[in-house]
Design a protein around this ligand. Structure first.
Ligand SMILES: Nc1ncnc2c1ncn2[C@@H]1O[C@H](COP(=O)(O)OP(=O)(O)O)[C@@H](O)[C@H]1O
Ligand SMILES: [Mg+2]
Length: 302
C-alpha cells in the first residue's frame, strides 16, 4: 500500500512510530506537511498540490492534525476524502472532537456522562449563573486548549469572573466546568483503534498541579479500565465516528466522565508507558479496511 502521513513535523515521535509501523508491514509511506499543501478544484476534478507536485496514487491517509491548524488540516483531509482516498480519521469527526463544547454537546445528547459545563456568553459577569450552578473551585478553559495550556483553576467566583472577562476582551470564548476534585489530579487515557481498546494508562499530575497532561510534567502508568469504561469509550468513538481516538476519562464520585476526545492522540506517552504497539494497530486497521473496500470494488465490477 501507499500511505500518506499528514504531519507538520516528520521528526515527532508519533510520526516516526507510524512510519516505522508502515515500513515493518512492507508499505510505502511518506510524510507531508498539510500546511504546505494547496487545494485545487478545477472542473469537477480535485487535487492536492504539495510544493508544486500533485499528490496522486495514495491508498490511505493518516492525518496527524495539531490543534493550532485543525481547520486547514480538515480542509486538506476533506479534499483527499472527495478524491476517494481512505482516511484513518475523517475531517468531520476531527472537527467535532477538536472543539470541547461541540464535542460535549454531541456526547451528552447521546447519553455519555461529562462534567457539568457552561458556555457563558450573555450572563452578566457579576455572575450569578456561575454561583448558582457551580461549587468552588471551578475550571475555566479554552474550548480548544491543548496540552493543558488554557485550563485554569479558579478558587473564587471573583477570580473566575475576571478570568472570563479577560478572555472576552481578547474575543476568546471560554467554558466553565465543575472541578472533579475526587480525581485528585489524575485522569485516564484510553487508546481505541477500530472499536478495540489497545492501551490504557493513568496520568498523575506533578505535585502542586491539577492538570495531568504529560506535557505539564505528569507521570503515567499502565491502568486497566473497567468493562463499563471500555463500553463507554467504544460508544464515544461510534458517536463521533472515530476509528482512532484517545479518550480521556475522569473518575468521579458520580462515575466515570469523558473529559476529552483526541482524534490525533500522541503516541509517545502511551506507547512507551504501556509498551503497546499503537502505530502497528493503526496500520493493521488500514490494511483491514482496504481489503474490505477492494473486495467490494471487485464485487461491484463483476
Ligand atoms: N473539570 C475538571 N476537573 C478536574 N480536573 C480537570 C478538569 N478539567 C481539566 N482537568 C485537568 O486538566 C487537564 C487538562 O484539561 P483538558 O480539558 O484535558 O484540556 P487539554 O485539552 O488542554 O488537555 C486534564 O487532563 C485534567 O487533569
Ligand atoms: Mg487533555
Amino acid at each position: 500500500m501507499r500511505i500518506l502521513i499528514l504531519s507538520r513535523n516528520p521528526s515527532l515521535y508519533s510520526t516516526q512510530s507510524l512510519l516505522r509501523a508502515c515500513y515493518r508491514r512492507q508499505h510505502y509511506a511518506r510524510v507531508v506537511d498539510h500546511l504546505m499543501c494547496d487545494l485545487l478544484i478545477d472542473d469537477n476534478e480535485l487535487s492536492v498540490i504539495y510544493q508544486g507536485e500533485k499528490l496522486e496514487g495514495y491508498d490511505a491517509l493518516i492525518p496527524r492534525i495539531g490543534s493550532s491548524v485543525t481547520t486547514y488540516g480538515a480542509n486538506v483531509i476533506r479534499q483527499f476524502e472527495e478524491m476517494g482516498v481512505f482516511t484513518v480519521s475523517r475531517s468531520d469527526s476531527i472537527l467535532k472532537a477538536r472543539n470541547k463544547l461541540r464535542c460535549y454537546q454531541i456526547l451528552a445528547s447521546n447519553g455519555i456522562p461529562i462534567p457539568k459545563t457552561l458556555l457563558p456568553n450573555f450572563a452578566q459577569l457579576d455572575n450569578m449563573l456561575i454561583k448558582e450552578e457551580f461549587d468552588l473551585p471551578v475550571v475555566v478553559k479554552l474550548p480548544e486548549s491543548t496540552h493543558g495550556l488554557g485550563v485554569i483553576l479558579s478558587e473564587s467566583y471573583q477570580n473566575a469572573t475576571s478570568t472570563i472577562e479577560a478572555f472576552f476582551r481578547m474575543k476568546q470564548k471560554v467554558i466553565v466546568q465543575e472541578f472533579i476534585a475526587e480525581s485528585r489530579g489524575s485522569d485516564l487515557r484510553v487508546l481505541i483503534v477500530d472499536g478495540e481498546i489497545i492501551a490504557s494508562m493513568k496520568r498523575e499530575a506533578q505535585e502542586g498541579e491539577f492538570r495531568s497532561n504529560l506535557h505539564r510534567g505528569a507521570t503515567g502508568r499502565i491502568e486497566p479500565i473497567s468493562e463499563k469504561e471500555a463500553l463507554m469509550c467504544r460508544r464515544v468513538c461510534k458517536i463521533l465516528d472515530l476509528d482512532v481516538a484517545g479518550v480521556d476519562i475522569l473518575r468521579s464520585d458520580k462515575g466515570s466522565l469523558v473529559l476529552e476526545v483526541n482524534s490525533s492522540p500522541g503516541l509517545e506517552g502511551i506507547e512507551t508507558i504501556t509498551g503497546k504497539d499503537v502505530a502497528g494497530a493503526i496500520v493493521r486497521f488500514i490494511e483491514k479496511r482496504l481489503r474490505k473496500r477492494n473486495k467490494y470494488l471487485v464485487g461491484k465490477a463483476r
